[in-house]
Design a protein around this ligand. Structure first.
Ligand SMILES: Cc1ncc(COP(=O)(O)O)c(C=O)c1O
Length: 357
């Protein structure tokens, strides 16, 4: 990421880096979604795009002489904060909720973060505010609402996704960029990256942006012409826990409007289907939230919003290993086989519908 240092807020030589960025951009012809490319951010050091944010933010924590890094997160942002703080030699406090569990939480602990669980969600921000205001801890995540965005230096890191995509396509930007969206940090960062390239004359147009969300907040704001995305409570929790916030942000909405983009609300069934499809057809296993762009592209192609000849880039933000639970339940139980080839072929047929010839 820091090879773009001229576009960033620090020099490569002073960056806290784990080799983030420069992720593959892969064609995905087997998905039946037309000209779609996957920017696979699961190849980053903590297996998510948040490493660009973590590197950008913790670099500045170090420059500002911060003594402690602090984040409120149910997963990927906390893991990135923890890893980069470890690299910087800084203690890291992460606030999370009691319902958070699984590999994501373990990951934060593995990097040595001091994980603190709260029962009331709002206590995360209340305690983080005290740490920031009273003790001078350096925040990488939001800690008051309504959320504007995360650490601004961290968000600058997301610009490099746009640079990498533009470069990979020989400075011919895609027609659409489709992202799973919560606070809209990456949406804003990528949009800004393309705008900068256009201002420099390196590209002659910028993509339209799509927010794939689970709350429906941005969809409501786009339809209703709201200045502020409304709260949009759901009946049940989504399997896309990483993008589970109930309210979109003004920065996210602003990017959709400025880029003449769109918002799409996605549900659990389509998320599950797209996780399985990506894994089985393209060999890429995304976290459930990272499957949201594919559900959105499917819908927008069917509606004719994305035209058949138009090129899309989908941001696959994190790896499936981060939160395997929802997908494990959707897969067939592996058979136990004893005996020889007939028993093996029977088992493959019964469990997977496979017949050899
Ligand atoms: C895997 C994953 N995808 C997408 C998002 C959305 O992030 P944002 O919209 O804040 O860039 C998050 C985190 O919030 C995430 O963890």
């Amino acid at each position: 990421m820091w090879r773009w240092e001229g576009f960033l807020h620090a020099l490569a030589a002073e960056a806290v880096t784990l080799g983030e960025g420069n992720t593959p951009l892969l064609p995905a012809p087997s998905l039946g979604l037309g000209d779609v490319w996957i920017k696979d951010e699961s190849r980053n050091p903590t297996w998510s795009f948040k490493d660009r944010l973590g590197s950008g933010a913790v670099t500045m924590a170090k420059r500002f002489g911060a003594k402690v890094v602090v984040s409120s997160s149910s997963g990927n942002a906390g893991a990135a904060a923890a890893a980069y703080a470890a690299k910087a030699g800084l203690p890291c406090v992460v606030f999370t909720v009691t319902s958070s569990a699984g590999p994501l939480v373990l990951q934060m602990r593995a990097y040595g973060a001091m994980l603190v669980k709260v029962i009331d969600r709002m206590d995360r921000w209340r305690l983080q505010t005290l740490g920031v205001r009273e003790l001078g801890w350096y925040p990488t995540s939001p800690f008051f609402g309504p959320v504007v965005g995360s650490n601004p230096y961290g968000m600058e890191g997301y610009k490099t996704i746009a640079y990498e995509v533009a470069e990979a396509f020989d400075w011919q930007p895609p027609d659409w960029c489709v992202l799973p969206v919560c606070y809209g940090d990456a949406l804003y960062g990528m949009w800004k990256g393309f705008e900068e390239l256009k201002a420099l004359g390196w590209i002659d147009r910028t993509p339209r942006f799509v927010a794939a969300e689970v709350s429906g907040s941005l969809v409501a704001a786009m339809e209703g012409g709201d200045a502020m995305p409304p709260e949009s409570p759901r009946n049940a929790p989504s399997i896309a826990t990483s993008i589970g916030a109930l309210q979109g942000t003004v920065q996210g909405l602003d990017v959709l409007r400025r880029s003449n983009g769109a918002a799409v609300t996605v549900g659990d069934d389509e998320l599950r289907r797209w996780v399985l499809t990506l894994a089985a057809k393209e060999g890429l296993w995304p976290e459930a939230s990272s499957a949201a762009p594919f559900a959105a592209i499917e819908r927008l192609r069917a509606q004719g919003t994305i035209k058949p000849h138009e090129r899309c880039v989908a941001l696959m933000t994190a790896a499936g290993m981060k939160d395997p639970g929802p997908i494990e339940q959707a897969l067939p139980e592996p058979p136990i086989v004893q005996g020889g080839l007939p028993e093996l072929m029977d088992a493959l047929k019964n469990s997977y519908g496979f017949t050899d010839g």
